[in-house]
Design a protein around this ligand. Structure first.
Ligand SMILES: [Zn+2]
Length: 345
């Protein structure tokens, strides 16, 4: 190595003129720098790999745009593989299926049973049920419920991981973005829940517009004329946009019930000190919902539960250490244990 970095031999006795000598110095120095940089990148790569994070498998380079974004997120304390995968998504190549696919693909716990009608509840795969549902997937009776899914054929997976459905053929992860997938499962779950609770009510999932043209995720119309609109919100939403939709429903005499997604941007755990109850960020949007007299709740279709923020009556409601966020404790209730009353859930 030393020999290679040394100046090439020149003809004996010939000393190049000063400008050439300077240029040679620079070239040699540049070579050393490039080597040092490569060593540094390799060292970084090894460090993150030792921490079982194979950034190289998802990002082109550990110091590329995605790699840097992932490193920055890791330093910030981000541990959610989904978030990291989203950062990596921009750089996904065709041949990095291992980590990338597993990181960003949503674990699908719901399937559509083609033997039933379009409005039928989605089939939820219980823990341990992979084996039992395998035949129905193989026969093509259970398929991916995602609208426009390019290849809806499913298989089941079980074993050491929680039982779930997976596509028979690996798909582009963007097609089933988590927020759209969870939004879909949640509205079917709500529709199913209300139908079982109130067989006398007319329940429409996703396809009946109310008088002002708004299409609720789930519309419930009781025989006595009372109407409830469920909105499942996984996508980002501004306070103004929320208010417009809320006012629209109220103007029609419809009670709107808001269920926010169980993943960011609407649901984020705050870092807890040891011994502290877990707290969650109560965003300005959620605050605006409460200030308007509604209750902002969260839904998690994978555990079929609804979380209610606990702060109304003496519960902890504190500022985050930075002062930027309000933090609340929350309780998760199985959806089946929730009731729909005059003013909401
Ligand atoms: Zn699909």
């Amino acid at each position: 190595m030393v020999g290679r970095l040394a100046a090439p031999r020149t003809a004996a006795g010939l000393i190049p003129p000063a400008p050439v000598r300077e240029l040679r110095e620079l070239t040699r120095y540049r070579k050393t720098l490039v080597q040092a940089r490569t060593d540094e990148v390799n060292r970084l790569q090894k460090t993150v790999e030792a921490a079982t994070l194979n950034i190289a498998a998802v990002a082109t380079s550990v110091l590329g745009v995605s790699g840097r974004a992932m490193l920055a997120a890791l330093l910030e304390g981000e541990q959610d593989p989904l978030v990291l995968a989203v950062l990596a998504r921009g750089k996904l190549g065709g041949n990095c299926r291992h980590s990338a696919r597993h990181w960003s693909e949503v674990r699908q716990l719901f399937a559509r049973d083609r033997r039933l009608g379009q409005d039928a509840p989605l089939v939820f795969i219980e823990i341990g049920a992979a084996r039992q549902l395998r035949a129905a997937c193989h026969a093509g009776d259970l398929v991916c419920p995602f609208p426009g899914c390019p290849d809806s054929r499913l298989i089941t997976r079980g074993g050491t991981r929680r039982d779930h459905f997976a596509h028979r053929r690996a798909l582009d992860t963007i097609v089933h973005a988590p927020e759209r997938w969870y939004h879909l499962c949640s509205k079917y779950l709500i529709g199913d829940w209300v139908r079982r609770l109130f067989p006398e009510a007319r329940v429409q999932v996703d396809h009946e517009a109310v008088d002002n043209g708004q299409v609720p995720d789930v519309l419930v119309v009781f025989p006595d004329g009372r109407r409830f609109a469920f909105e499942v919100q996984y996508a980002p939403l501004t306070i103004a946009a929320w208010r417009a939709r809320h006012d629209g429903y109220r103007a029609q005499g419809i009670v709107d019930i808001w269920l926010f997604g169980h993943i960011p941007p609407h649901f984020r755990a705050a870092r807890a000190r040891p011994g502290e109850a877990p707290r969650f960020v109560f965003t300005e949007l959620l605050e605006a919902v409460e200030l308007a007299g509604s209750i902002a709740r969260w839904i998690d279709p994978d555990v079929r539960a609804v979380r209610t923020p606990l702060h109304a009556l003496g519960w902890q409601r504190v500022r985050s250490p930075s002062g930027a966020w309000l933090l609340v404790e929350t309780r998760a209730d199985p959806l089946d244990a929730c009731l729909l009353e005059g003013g909401g859930v």
